[in-house]
Design a binder for this molecule. Structure first.
Ligand SMILES: [Fe+2]
Length: 445
């Protein structure tokens, strides 16, 4: 009996080291690809397998295609030498009308199966392949603590019933991934696996992700390369139907020793926005996302607000605001402040009137609309209080926990909604409607 228990114990221990875990997906720099990333704690050869199961509305059973993966050894501990093995594999030649089933494994030990959509970022050539409306989940500042559980439960439930296309996390991931010798990062990636193993989980870095020159961020997440980001995942862009998305790294602008990195990013932003504007007739929407806000309206007497909504925006605005405005960016998504604030179209601290402005609609806006959605559930016991003295351009504020959904309907209609993960209901929404690909900025001095 003792021997049996001993063998079971050995098996369980080994299973914990070789069973694939922390499985999550991302889009790559190529079209028709999805990358899967997972972890084991022993170095065993990785493999993955996938097959289409539904194309259009037609079941498409076929045999699994086996593919090899790659492995990197990652030291996750601050102290000592605790390693994990991070594996990646790329599912290629995907058809945008198909859903796929997949599993990952090491040395014959397979995960359970998950599904993902073959609809991936597109190019001008593939733009028309599928052009249906789609919805992305967008938020920032999400951890494993008590208040992060609201979002975990709701988003986990929704993953089973809704048809999202992807998840965009605007930094501050897990609070902090390196803590407890990396166990916090492991716990977080296990927590999001049911969501992130189904929907590509695209990230931008926050200040809480900066330990060791963002080593946990860079190693645990596999974001698209773009020729100049050196595989860091700090900044990249992708096209989805009528919208161009840009993820970038605000952290680069706050430290002198990051100046060179910041200049590379800014030049890339200039080029990327110029390229995106060349395709504005087929992709009228440009949406930028990053961690720190350019605009937010916390009360000045709240601890930290002078930095979050004053000093840091004062650093970012001279670099980014004219760039976004002159390139007719439609929507600037932000996080970092642990609450929710939807603002009007703003330029140089002034509300810029749209052709028509209602409380929940802008028709033909003439400047970027700024939204802060940093309330998914940070490491504290509560969110930051919503401002009691909001700026004139603020349209809706809340300190509830939750996340946003952005639905890109077509060339003329975007729909944003903020969802409460405690009340399980939408608390705010806005339509952004336009009949011209871009607005014509008239610079204010
Ligand atoms: Fe932050």
């Amino acid at each position: 009996m003792k021997l049996v228990l001993f063998l079971i114990g050995i098996g369980l221990t080994l299973g914990g080291y070789i069973y694939p875990e922390q499985i999550h997906l991302s889009w790559t720099e190529e079209i028709s690809q999805v990358k899967v990333t997972w972890v084991t704690f022993l170095d065993l050869p990785p493999q993955a397998a996938y097959r289409p199961i539904l194309c259009g509305n037609v079941p498409s059973p076929s045999n699994f295609t086996n593919i090899k993966g790659e492995t990197k050894k990652f030291r996750e501990s601050k102290i000592g030498y605790k390693y994990q093995y991070i594996h990646t594999a790329v599912f290629g030649n995907l058809l945008p009308t198909c859903w796929y089933e997949y599993k990952v494994g090491n040395f014959g030990v397979w995960s359970k199966t998950f599904m993902f959509s073959g609809r991936t970022p597109d190019t001008a050539e593939t733009f028309e392949t599928v052009n249906d409306p789609y919805t992305l989940v967008i938020f920032g500042d999400w951890g494993t603590g008590p208040i992060g559980q609201y979002t975990k439960h709701l988003l986990g439930e929704e993953t089973l019933t809704r048809d999202y296309l992807g998840i965009l996390h605007m930094g501050d991931i897990a609070y902090n991934m390196e803590d407890e010798n990396g166990r916090v990062g492991d716990t977080y990636l296990r927590m999001i696996e049911p969501i992130a193993a189904t929907y590509p989980y695209m990230t931008a870095p926050g200040n809480h992700d900066s330990y060791g020159n963002f080593t946990h961020y860079k190693n645990r997440f596999s974001m698209p390369n773009n020729g100049v980001n050196e595989g860091t995942g700090y900044f990249y862009s992708f096209n989805l139907g009528p919208a161009h998305f840009i993820m970038y790294n605000t952290n680069s602008y706050f430290k002198d020793y990051r100046k060179a990195e910041a200049e590379v990013q800014t030049q890339w932003l200039i080029n990327d926005l110029a390229e995106a504007n060349k395709q504005r007739d087929i992709r009228p929407w440009i949406i930028v996302l990053a961690h720190h806000p350019l605009y937010c309206s916390q009360d000045w007497f709240e601890e930290g607000s002078q930095e979050d909504c004053g000093e840091q925006p004062a650093v970012l605005k001279p670099i980014l605001e004219d760039l976004f405005y002159s390139n007719s960016v439609d929507l600037a998504m932000q996080a970092h402040v642990h609450n929710y604030e939807r603002d009007a179209a703003i330029y140089k601290n002034q509300t810029i009137p749209s052709q028509y402005d209602g409380q929940n609609i802008h028709i033909n806006p003439n400047a970027p609309i700024y939204i802060t959605s940093g309330n998914a559930g940070n490491y504290l016991e509560h969110n930051d209080p919503a401002s009691t003295t909001p700026q004139p351009w603020a349209r809706f504020l809340s300190n509830d926990y939750g996340y946003g959904r952005l639905t890109v309907y077509n060339n003329t209609h975007l729909y944003w909604e903020q969802f409460s993960a405690t009340a399980l209901t939408e608390i705010d929404y806005v339509w952004i409607v336009k009949d011209q690909p871009r607005y014509k900025p008239s610079l204010i001095n």
